[in-house]
Design a binder for this molecule. Structure first.
Ligand code: ARG
Ligand code: ZN
Length: 875
């Protein structure tokens, strides 16, 4: 059954206050809820019945204004509780019984390593009690948690703790009150035997906020980074957006079993352990950076999401797109802006473009869904972020800030739409964003075709740009969108040229943001002596594909001359892609363009360049991206061509790589600064390349680096390099050692699983099956599933796409197995199969068959049903 945006109606009833009492036991939990309900003055509905959502609940009792209702007085079928003919204002008391200890879906109230915790977004609250579980119903919550004092000394919920005390039978309670009205999806509860780490933050208005982090005792030493990140995020949001924290306490809890990364519950953020816990010995630089950005993301939601929330789930990108935008700005300010932009763009082009071209393609503001958890997508998050970024580019920094101030002020305490967001931006800036709104409405990645010519006699350079947007499920004949297109022109010596739009313009700027609004447009630039080299779509100023007939000479030129770091990187990627593509199917002795080798040699030698950028530029385009770009990708052939380039570069540049390795060996204390992160990254890239060709000296370096490392980045770098080599004995011995060293730490064991599952040498299907037999593997833990099965299907592409279809069959079996216990994770895991139409029939038919197998499973969840059926539907 499908839900449509066009059917939205304001709720007939609102809830002003919710009083909850949780009795937590080992064999279940009893939830007493008392709702103050009132007819919604903003609704013209004459609905007489109160409709509440409920899922997997046992209803124990229900009272209306103190009168107990009998079974005949209400209707409790399916996922609704309907109380007929209610008064205009009343109190409803409901008691439900649930079994958190048996909740494997990890939605609602469940247990993770012995503690109680919750995940309510999007629709988990209805698994706790009956409620109008929709974000436009905002209520004030008071929550009393009761549990055994010895087993659950820490009892948490949203807001401030207002009362606590002991009860009979060794039990105790704490009562929490949240003064801010909130939707039910922001409710949270935690009960466990947890250690508390405290810190504090003084806000810009001088209020002292208690920062508290709750972890299992074994993780006590892994909190500093998250707390430091939190304080940086709090300061940054004050400085950049003028947003101050609003409660007296801010809490973070780490749980091991969590479907997603983290959750922004009001005043009580709950995190997947892998997205919050870090120490030098156990977390890589990448993990440190990821944690900083996720902690910030969840914190920023306090304004973009909690104070101003979503009217309905079609508006999800209102909070997610904007919050991702805010966290990327933050990361960019904390580290290297160019590198952050490269990482974001690379992810978007690899994975979001693929989603936008597949059967689940949907607009940033979807029009319909069957299961909302399937719409926590790269399109909602990352493309949504790009859309906000384009608004900022069009308005400029100052107007954008005026717009966000107006948005927060105008809608504080409300549940609103993406359109309200855009209107605030329009009203503050005076700009008309009517056409721009199509970014929210039309799915699919716009494709720009760019051609140019130069007229020597007049000195005019002309760029012609046409845009088309491919058809996506349910959408054809799309309208042109409003695209900010940043452009520069380079002279023969590499110098930036003025972009003179009319013959008499003086002192024209050297970079411009052109605004594309039509299907075809052209732009003329005057006063040029010779044909310039264009630097197109600088900073990746819009999430679009660009087709331009670059020559390898132009790309090499841009790689070393463009003032825009992003486009330097992009030119390098395009050059490498062009070279790799030309080698596909050419066998193992086909020559690799010496131009590419020379370009990489230049990069390796140049110590004056931003080393963080060099580290990024040295990474070859991933197999996933090469596959995304190909029409009917031959996965094995793409893999071989890429390997051929890799080993040629490693052989030809051996001495340069060695020099780079040694030059970037750091001494002194470990620190996570952009500079040292870049050096470790460069050094580990160099090492991996050298081991790729089984260089014996490099082998010794890797073994020494592994043994001596004082941090996980270097230890993992060495392990990864060895896993990618043919030194089988070293590989096995090091993997064993690694496990012995870290077996007590689940976050590290996950890394150990994924480094093996993602590698062609250690991640063959039989090896994957063996990993799944390993005692540390756990079907109930999403991180373990992702680190083995997810890494295999998403990163070990030649193995997953084995000609005999074994990878596809394997995945479909695992999806079926997971569907009963955790449908959300099952629906995510199935995703690689959904792109079957992209592949030639040898692969595509087998992928399709694997999907059909899933679709035939009995009792298929709504989550998996939606993904599988949409993928099989259509032409
Ligand atoms: N709002 C969370 C975040 O992005 C994600 C919650 C995802 N929940 C889900 N059921 N898919 O920070
Ligand atoms: Zn979010």
């Amino acid at each position: 059954q499908t839900i449509y945006l066009k059917d939205y109606k304001v709720p007939a009833f609102v809830v002003d206050h919710v009083d909850l009492r949780f009795e937590l036991f080992e064999d279940g939990a009893r939830v007493h809820s008392l709702l103050n309900v009132r007819r919604n003055p903003e609704s013209d509905s004459t609905e007489k019945n109160l409709e509440l959502d409920g899922d997997s609940l046992t209803l124990e009792s229900i009272q209306l204004d103190g009168r107990t209702l009998d079974e005949g007085d209400y209707d409790n079928r399916g996922e609704k509780l309907i109380v007929p003919a209610v008064p205009d204002q009343f109190e409803l008391a409901v008691v439900t019984w649930l079994e958190p200890q048996n909740n494997t879906r990890l939605e609602g109230l469940y247990k993770s390593s012995g503690m109680f915790c919750t995940q309510c977004e999007a629709q988990g609250f209805r698994c706790i009690t009956y409620f109008p579980d929709r974000p436009d119903v905002m209520a004030r919550f008071r929550t009393r948690v009761e549990a055994d004092k010895a087993a659950y000394p820490v009892l948490l919920s949203n807001g401030n703790d207002v009362e606590k005390g002991d009860l009979e039978n060794g039990r105790h309670y704490v009562t929490w009150e949240d003064p801010f009205p909130k939707p039910s999806y922001l409710f949270a509860l935690v009960a466990g035997d947890l250690v508390e780490k405290r810190d504090s933050f003084r806000t810009m208005s001088g209020r002292d906020i208690d920062l508290r982090m709750y972890i299992e005792p074994r993780n006590a030493e892994k909190c500093d980074h998250a707390l430091d990140s939190l304080k940086r995020a709090m300061r940054w949001d004050e400085e950049v957006y003028g947003r101050e924290y609003d409660l007296d306490i801010f809490m973070i809890v780490a749980v091991d079993d969590f479907n997603m990364g983290a959750m922004e519950n009001k005043g009580l953020n709950i995190f997947n352990s892998s997205c919050v816990l870090a120490s030098q010995e156990t977390a890589t630089d990448m993990a440190f950076q990821r944690i900083e950005s996720i902690v910030a993301h969840e914190y920023f939601h306090n304004w973009s999401g909690n104070r101003v929330t979503c009217r309905d789930w079609f508006q999800l990108s209102l909070k997610e797109g904007f919050t991702v935008f805010r966290d990327s700005q933050f990361s960019s300010d904390m580290g290297s802006p160019t590198v952050k932009r490269i990482e974001d763009a690379a992810m978007l082009r690899t994975a979001q473009f693929a989603e936008d071209a597949g059967p689940m393609a949907h607009p940033v503001r979807p029009e319909s869904y069957m299961e909302i958890t399937n719409f926590y997508t790269l399109t909602i998050y990352e493309k949504g972020c790009e859309v906000v970024g384009m608004i900022r580019t069009l308005l400029g920094d100052e107007m954008f800030r005026k717009g966000s101030d107006l948005y927060f002020e105008r809608h504080d305490g409300q549940a609103v739409t993406t359109d309200d967001f855009v209107r605030a931006m329009e009203d503050a800036s005076g700009r008309d964003l009517t056409q721009f709104r199509l970014w929210y409405e039309q799915a699919g990645t716009p494709e720009l075709t760019i051609r140019d010519d130069f007229d020597q006699s007049s000195g005019v350079y002309r760029l012609s740009i046409s845009q088309t947007i491919p058809d996506t499920p349910g959408q054809t004949n799309k309208k042109p969108q409003h695209i900010p297109f940043a452009l520069g022109l380079l002279g023969a010596g590499g110098e930036p040229l003025p972009l003179t739009l009319t013959a008499d313009e003086q002192d024209a700027p050297k970079e411009r943001v052109l605004e594309l609004t039509e299907a075809e447009q052209s732009f003329e630039f005057h006063g040029l002596d010779e044909r310039p080299v264009p630097s197109l779509l600088r900073h990746f100023s819009a999430p679009v594909r660009v087709d331009y007939p670059w020559t390898r000479e132009q790309l090499t030129f841009l790689m070393s001359n463009d003032v825009d770091g992003f486009n330097r990187w992009d030119a390098g990627q395009r050059l490498a892609i062009d070279v790799i593509r030309s080698l596909i199917g050419q066998g193992d002795s086909a020559p690799v363009d010496p131009g590419l080798i020379a370009a990489y040699r230049g990069l390796l030698a140049d110590d004056s360049l931003d080393q963080a950028l060099v580290a990024k530029m040295l990474q070859l385009p991933t197999e996933a991206y090469l596959i995304e770009l190909a029409e009917k990708p031959e996965v094995q052939a793409i893999h071989q061509a890429r390997e051929r380039v890799l080993s040629t570069l490693a052989n030809e540049l051996r001495d340069d790589l060695m020099a780079c390795y040694h030059r970037n060996t750091l001494s002194g204390v470990y620190e996570v600064t952009p500079e040292s992160v870049a050096r470790r990254s460069l050094r580990n890239t160099a090492l991996a390349w050298l081991l790729h060709v089984n260089d014996d000296e490099a082998r010794s370096l890797a073994l020494a680096q592994y043994a001596d490392a004082d941090n996980m980045t270097d230890r993992m770098g060495a392990l990864r390099a060895l896993v990618g080599s043919d030194f089988e004995e070293d590989r096995e011995a090091t993997l064993d050692d690694f496990y012995q060293r870290f077996q007590k730490d689940p976050q590290v064991v996950e890394q150990w699983f994924s480094v093996q599952a993602a590698s062609g040498r250690t991640g063959s299907l039989p090896q994957i099956q063996q990993l799944m037999q390993h005692p540390a593997f756990d079907w109930k833990n999403p991180n373990k599933i992702r680190s083995v099965i997810g890494a295999f299907a998403g990163q070990n592409l030649p193995a997953f796409h084995a000609e005999d279809g074994s990878g596809y069959r394997f995945l479909s079996e695992q999806v079926c197995r997971l569907d009963d216990s955790n449908p959300q994770i099952a629906a995510r895991l199935v995703s690689p199969l959904t792109r079957w139409r992209k592949f030639a029939p040898v692969h595509g038919d087998q992928m399709k068959a694997a999907l059909e197998k899933v679709s035939q499973k009995s009792g298929l969840s709504r989550d998996v049903y939606e993904v599988v059926h949409k993928s099989l539907a259509g032409k």
